[in-house]
Design a protein around this ligand. Structure first.
Ligand code: BG6
Length: 478
């Protein structure tokens, strides 16, 4: 179903995110019939460029970041014809009057801030001062949304001076991933899982976001952030919230976000013993973390594992183990809900087998799997084995699965539709920092040094110990 006609201004329209994700995403939505031909996309940036230059850059981006098979010649021309470019000075007066001329009445207006957070406030101010954005306009902001609680509050305030919270779309692209939304569908659309979804039946939960890439190329940004700020404060906490939250009364933005916020507020501080930080060593895939960031004394982590607790009635006593890192053995993101053993075994099998595991695979190979115990076929007596009840989206849905839109495409279309459910609310972001800050402050005060780990491994050995000492094991990263 096509969305309404819109004008989308991309500040930072010539930047990396626009070239890799936003412009290819919009092209796919046009090719799929969701972006109407009356839509217009206006690139806005500091560089001197004309419409033709921006179209050329976009064409090159599509060719570089999309498979040739996804590009149809006529469609590409049609897409390019919807683009224009305005040179603006985010901190000065240049270009704003011209930008205003590009904005048509009677269509949806969206402004994508794909720029450094220090420009959020100045751009918001100019959009209002020049009467470019009205009370129905939507603004889209990217992470990093702050570096800590104080800076996140300052950013929220700089936007709140000019825009209402209902106009602000804070992107966490993990919320746009297909399986992440499926997690909600599975939890709240079925009777099967919800009665078991608590500490009485769930032994523990594991969330893994493993990457094979290193930080080379963005070392400067990364070394000021680290895995805690870059991945945990946003993506992993959001995943944790969707697993841990209470059923919202409705699938509407505030009902969902209220429940997520309660989870963040129920998180316990992390004890020093429950935290492992690491940096990759030099390996066959590339230089060490320290060489990648060009600082041999850096103490920033590019791997982190934690044992976390959600202190509320539903989850007291069920640990959430999370880990994420760069240059690990595989690119694999998954959530595993590990159920407890049956209270009493009538089949002479040891306890602690944890046969029932619901695995939600985010990427690659999106899908879900549930393992159950059955009798091993054959005449050998009552021997038990665990087998998967598998639901791979690719197999179950055939062609439909091949069309799963990228997270950014979906989220941009949600902006145009005015649906904030998959975007973070200001108070949610602040609560996430309020939990993150003291954990970081604590390791900084202790002068904690990250443990080195081999490239292509599962992270430092201490991370394995986090679970071993509780009599549990991480799932294989694969
Ligand atoms: C970004 C982080 O938000 O997410 C990157 O800044 C990380 O460091 C990326 O690589 C991972 O996203 P995805 O979609 O590839 O899992």
């Amino acid at each position: 179903i096509p969305v309404e006609p819109f004008d989308l201004v991309i500040f930072g329209g010539t930047g990396d995110l626009a070239r890799r994700k936003i412009l290819p995403g919009l092209y796919r939505r046009l090719a799929d019939g969701q972006m109407p031909p009356e839509a217009r996309v206006i690139g806005a940036a500091r560089s001197e460029m004309d419409d033709e230059g921006f179209r050329k850059l976009t064409r090159e981006s599509l060719e570089e970041f999309m498979p040739a098979s996804a590009l149809d010649k006529e469609r590409v021309e049609e897409f390019l014809s919807l683009l224009s470019y305005v040179q603006v000075d985010a901190k000065g007066d240049g270009g704003w009057a011209e930008l205003k001329e590009h904005i048509r009445p009677d269509v949806v207006h969206a402004f994508y801030f794909s720029v450094a957070p220090s420009l959020f406030g100045p751009i918001a101010e100019r959009l209002k001062d020049h009467a470019i954005a009205d009370d129905n306009a939507r603004i889209v902001v990217e992470k990093p949304f702050g570096h800590d609680l104080a800076s996140a509050k300052a950013l929220n305030q700089s936007l709140a001076c000019h825009f209402d919270e209902t106009q602000i779309y804070r992107i966490d692209h993990y919320l746009g991933k297909e399986t992440v939304q499926n997690l909600m569908a599975v939890r709240f659309g079925n009777m099967l899982f919800e009665p078991l979804w608590n500490s009485q039946y769930v032994d523990h939960i594991q969330i893994t976001v493993a990457e094979t890439v290193g930080v080379g190329g963005r070392g400067e940004y990364y070394d000021r952030s680290g895995a805690m700020r870059d991945m945990v404060q946003n993506h992993l906490l959001q995943l944790l919230c969707l697993i841990a939250m209470e059923p919202p009364a409705r699938y509407d933005p505030d009902a969902v976000r209220d429940e997520k916020l309660k989870v963040i507020r129920a998180l316990d501080p992390v004890r020093p013993d429950d935290l492992v930080r690491g940096q990759y060593r030099e390996g066959s895939d590339g230089p060490s973390y320290l060489a990648d960031v060009g600082d041999p004394r850096s103490r920033t982590e590019c791997f982190i594992a934690m044992r976390m607790s959600v202190s509320n009635w539903r989850w007291a006593g069920t640990p959430f183990y999370i880990r994420t890192g760069k240059r690990l053995k595989a690119r694999a993101s998954e959530i595993a809900i590990v159920f407890k053993d049956a209270p009493h075994s009538i089949f002479d099998v040891p306890q602690g087998r944890h046969s029932n595991v619901l695995t939600i695979r985010l990427q690659p190979n999106e899908g879900m799997q549930m393992t159950v115990t059955i009798k091993e076929p054959g005449p050998g007596g009552m021997r038990l084995i665990d087998v998967p009840l598998d639901m791979s989206f690719a197999e179950a849905l055939g062609e439909q699965a091949a069309d799963i839109p990228d997270a950014y495409e979906r989220l941009i279309m949600d902006v145009i539709r005015g649906n904030q459910t998959l975007f973070m609310r200001g108070d949610e972001v602040e609560a996430a920092w309020a939990w993150t800050d003291p954990v970081i402050a604590d390791w900084e005060a202790r002068g904690h040094v990250p443990s080195p780990y081999e490239q292509g491994s599962s992270g430092p050995d201490d991370a394995l110990m986090l679970l071993h000492r509780d009599g549990r094991r991480w799932r294989e990263i694969r």
